[in-house]
Design a protein around this ligand. Structure first.
Ligand code: ZN
Length: 513
């Protein structure tokens, strides 16, 4: 019980709250983040409207000071002291949105704001300013996202006196777009929650602790949280899911989450399914020991589903969403599933488990079957599923497989808006044949051919989605941790990506299909 209690404390207790209390008596030490654009003329300084006013309040001294060193470059921040109302002002470079190439598929103006807000917050935090105030940067939601994601540090297991105090971050009272700012904070804090779930060591984030943590945090936000046990899964015929937990001493759990924000009580739900392997050793098909610790985050899909539902509930989004999260460990032991074992999924299909390390698809198979019993508008599953997706796409974009072009278009656009992009991958019959063309059973959990591991994994999952159900599968193994492309999320640690894209997608897609 002790472990459970301790884990609750740090997941629930927001790390920034501690620092707010700590600095409560020093609130006069405030820093302000202002934005400045790049222009064609390299020597010209173009302020945001808010920054322009601030400059006027300093009788033009801020501009004078900036001009001494020249314009602030995109994504960089420079601090000026004792100019105007705030003792420290960080001027952050917003660059020129037109510099984003069309092929980058990103809304450059919004992305530049996230990057600049993060740079401003980090510069002031590095100078120990305990309270940071941001202007709207003409995109308050994105300013809040960049600031909140940058103002994050996982240090739950450090002694209290060794922890870095994070500053508090708030919106300037006289800036415009307070509601949008708050929306950005809500979404980014939900992503930070997903990051904590992923980052927490596996001995402190077992299936039971994960379920209890979600019940507490999402329950408080108005999401119904049902925690099913192994007996329930057995009664449902989830032999594929349960085969993965065979080798573990930790009991499996299956979360069923419901958020009903739609005004129409009978509206079909959107189903989100997330892979929740709280530790993946590979099982009997044991992984190499190098970097195996990363497998504490093999529940990144589950963390994304949980974070998305949390954000939607807090935003009071007018949607009906259900989340399905199979949670277990994949461990080797005398009771573990052996390569070559055949198990049955909820829809009656038999699966030969050729490689026990391809376990994500086994837990998702039953979760997809169960989700489809609710006759959802569409199903989106998300998983740290294959190393092959990282080989294909690197660490900057998630792969999406979909049987529905309209849904693909919505998620594609959502990714360009949030800065957390997705790229479409194929669902060709060729891959299905590699998974399904066998003599003694219906499916093998390994493809017959060489290469295309992400595509064969998606083809496997497709066998558990009823015909006619619109479906997307998102493979996030490439973007789960240590991503080099988003400065505001940081280059190290688990990311909670692409949760903001899911929030945007569900909000838009729910009404469009
Ligand atoms: Zn695995």
């Amino acid at each position: 019980m002790m472990a459970v209690f301790r884990s609750f404390q740090f997941v629930r207790g927001n790390y920034t709250l501690l620092s707010r209390r700590f600095y409560g008596s020093m609130s006069s030490k405030q820093g302000l983040v202002l934005g400045v654009y790049s222009t064609e003329d390299k020597d010209e300084v173009k302020f945001t409207p808010y920054a322009q006013k601030y400059n006027e309040s300093t009788a033009g001294k801020l501009l004078e000071q900036i001009n001494i060193c020249g314009p602030v470059k995109a994504g960089q921040a420079r601090i000026f002291w004792n100019l105007g109302q705030y003792p420290a002002v960080a001027v952050a470079g917003l660059g020129d949105a037109s510099k984003w190439d069309e092929l980058d598929e990103i809304d450059g103006a919004k992305e530049n704001v996230r990057i600049a807000a993060a740079a401003g917050v980090r510069a002031l935090a590095a100078n120990k300013l305990p309270e940071i105030v941001l202007e709207d940067l003409e995109h308050p939601q994105q300013a809040a996202e960049g600031a909140t994601l940058a103002n994050y540090k996982f240090q739950s297991f450090k002694s209290a006196d060794k922890r870095t105090s994070l500053p508090s971050v708030r919106f300037a009272d006289d800036a415009s777009g307070k509601e949008d700012w708050q929306r950005g904070v809500t979404i980014a804090e939900a992503q930070n929650f997903a990051r904590v779930l992923m980052e927490t060591p596996a001995n402190h984030m077992t299936p039971t602790i994960f379920a209890d943590t979600v019940r507490e945090r999402l329950g408080a936000a108005g999401v119904e949280v049902l925690v099913h046990d192994e007996a329930w899964a057995k009664a449902k015929g989830m032999g594929s899911f349960l085969s993965v937990t065979n080798g573990s001493a930790e009991p499996a759990r299956f979360l069923e989450l419901t958020y009903k924000g739609s005004a129409k009580p009978d509206e079909p739900c959107v189903a989100l399914v997330g892979k929740g392997i709280t530790f993946d050793s590979g099982g009997i098909s044991l992984k190499p020991s190098a970097n195996m610790d990363q497998m504490r985050a093999d529940m990144g899909g589950a963390a994304n589903v949980v974070g998305t539902l949390l954000a939607l509930a807090q935003l009071k989004a007018p949607v009906h969403v259900k989340g399905f999260v199979p949670l277990c460990e994949n461990m080797p032991s005398g009771t573990a599933t052996k390569p070559g074992d055949v198990v049955y999924a909820m829809n009656g299909k038999s699966i030969c488990v050729d490689n026990t390390d391809a376990e994500g698809r086994l837990v998702l198979a039953d979760a997809l079957c169960y989700a489809s019993t609710f006759e959802p508008k569409f199903i989106l599953d998300i998983a740290t599923l294959t190393g092959a997706i990282k080989v294909a796409l690197g660490d900057c974009v998630a792969g999406v497989f979909s049987n529905n072009n309209a849904l693909w278009n919505v998620i594609h656009e959502a990714g360009s808006q949030t800065g957390d992009r997705v790229w479409r991958m194929p669902l060709f019959k060729h891959y299905s044949e590699q998974m399904c063309d066998h003599g003694g059973y219906d499916l093998n959990n390994l493809g017959k051919g060489k290469g295309g591991g992400s595509c064969t994994a998606a083809a496997f999952l497709r066998e558990f989605v009823p015909k006619g159900t619109p479906w997307l599968h998102v493979d996030i193994a490439g973007v789960m941790g240590d991503c080099s492309d988003q400065s505001y999320t940081g280059a190290k640690g688990m990311t909670g990506r692409p949760m903001r894209t899911l929030v945007e997608f569900v909000t838009k897609a729910s009404g469009s299909i």
